[in-house]
Design a binder for this molecule. Structure first.
Ligand code: TXA
Ligand code: MG
Length: 391
């Protein structure tokens, strides 16, 4: 997807949010409330943007600017002064992407409660698959609203936050985190970064921010705003300047969802320092004597039902996952995006799979999904779900 198409997506999304706000309805298209519910995003609205008059002044005024820049494939670098932080925070709340500094690497942030915004991260990075993303919050109290903490988690949070440690914990359903952030899992990775610009941004945004490293898929993680521009210039509307990253290496990721803590990714907080606080930690992947089992770690959601791809007709006892204009509806039918918008489809994917699984259907029939752009990541997920399983 080129910068122009990208810009259209940003525009459609922010217009949608501004309109929804105007109506005073809730955000959260990522929570998948059935099919075709008033999330009329998509290229149609993007094309119609010329007819829209931006509200004057205030937050919306500056967002309209951002939006226009984005539509023209321009990336604006914001100084981390009061005005820059305010604009970056407002952009996040409006569903736009903001690259921002942390002490580890620059992150590409989106409102973690807005599934369509989170889908934009995958589109901008060109990531071919959905992996769970880290949720960034300004302090431990905010983290406890997103995840369920036990004694070990509190101990580590007190010792290492703010700082380069991510804790994988059971997610709190009431936090409204998009299913796409957690790749459909019941767990969530949370962290409180130490960089002052990140902390000010998170406090000002007032909502959890999902952020992988701010680089194109397959490239190295950026540790300066310049690196971000080199990789994502023209693909994201805003980069918040914050100098060089002090750590320069991604955070340590520790899974605390089972009785034995598991190191999922080594990082700046060394495992020995963790063990001093909470006892033995399973080293996971890097140690060949303890091979990491994906099933055990459970890093991927798979539905119970079988998944049948490229389906035309729906068979007896099957549920239907469809996409684009489709008159079929009913309790066993979900539409990823009636408008045919891949970003909306990505935002709905996990919630819809889960809902169809819950109907008790033995098979979920899936209509053909376009393989370009975000469609690749959607198809990657569906193909894995469709692959023959053991047992
Ligand atoms: O330093 C960092 O952590 C940077 C900055 C921006 O904060 N972020 C970052 O995010 O590296 P990302 O998305 O590139 O890496 C997230 C890592 C992945 O290895 C992912 O598998 C793991 O965290 N992770 C996140 N949530 C998880 C979950 N619920 N279960 C298992 N692993 C999870
Ligand atoms: Mg990365």
């Amino acid at each position: 997807m080129g910068p122009a198409a990208q810009g259209k997506t940003w525009t459609a999304n922010s217009l949608k949010i501004l309109r929804e706000r105007g109506r005073g309805t809730s955000r959260g298209t990522g929570r998948g409330t059935g099919t075709g519910t008033g999330t009329g995003t998509g290229t149609g609205m993007g094309r119609g943007r010329g007819m829209w008059t931006p509200p004057q002044g205030g937050v919306y005024g500056s967002l309209a600017m951002t939006d226009r820049d984005a539509a023209q494939g321009r990336t604006e670098v914001l100084e981390p002064d009061e005005d820059g932080i305010r604009r970056a925070a407002a952009a996040l709340r409006a569903g736009l992407l903001v690259a921002f500094p942390t002490e580890t690497v620059y992150g590409l942030g989106a409102d973690a409660t807005d599934g369509v915004a989170v889908a934009g991260i995958y589109a901008a990075k060109g990531r071919p698959s959905f992996n769970p993303l880290i949720v960034h919050v300004p302090d431990a109290a905010a983290a406890e609203r997103v995840a369920s903490f036990d004694g070990r988690a509190r101990e580590l949070a007190a010792a290492f936050w703010p700082g380069p440690l991510t804790l994988v914990l059971p997610r709190r359903p009431d936090a409204g985190i998009s299913d796409l952030v957690c790749a459909g899992l019941e767990t969530v990775g949370v962290r409180v970064p130490r960089h002052t610009v990140a902390r000010r941004l998170l406090a000002a945004a007032g909502r959890p921010v999902a952020a992988p490293s701010a680089n194109r898929s397959g490239r190295v993680s950026p540790t300066t705003a310049r690196h971000v521009l080199d990789d994502l210039g023209g693909r994201v509307p805003l980069v918040l300047e914050g100098g060089g990253c002090e750590v320069g290496l991604e955070s340590t990721v520790l899974d605390l969802t089972s009785s034995r803590p598991v190191l999922l990714r080594p990082g700046a907080v060394v495992v020995e320092a963790l063990e001093e606080r909470i006892g033995p930690v399973d080293r996971g992947g890097p140690d060949p004597s303890r091979p990491r089992s994906p099933g055990q770690i459970g890093s991927h959601y798979a539905p119970r039902a079988r998944v049948r791809l490229d389906a035309g007709e729906v068979g007896e006892g099957e549920a239907l996952l469809t996409f684009g204009p489709d008159p079929r509806e009913g309790p066993r039918v979900r539409n990823l995006s009636p408008a045919g918008d891949l970003r909306e489809a990505a935002a709905h994917l996990f919630a819809h799979l889960r809902e169809l699984d819950a109907t008790g259907a033995h098979t979920i029939a899936v209509v053909p999904i376009p393989g370009e752009g975000l469609g690749r990541a959607i198809l990657d997920r569906l193909r894995r779900a469709a692959a023959p399983r053991e047992g």
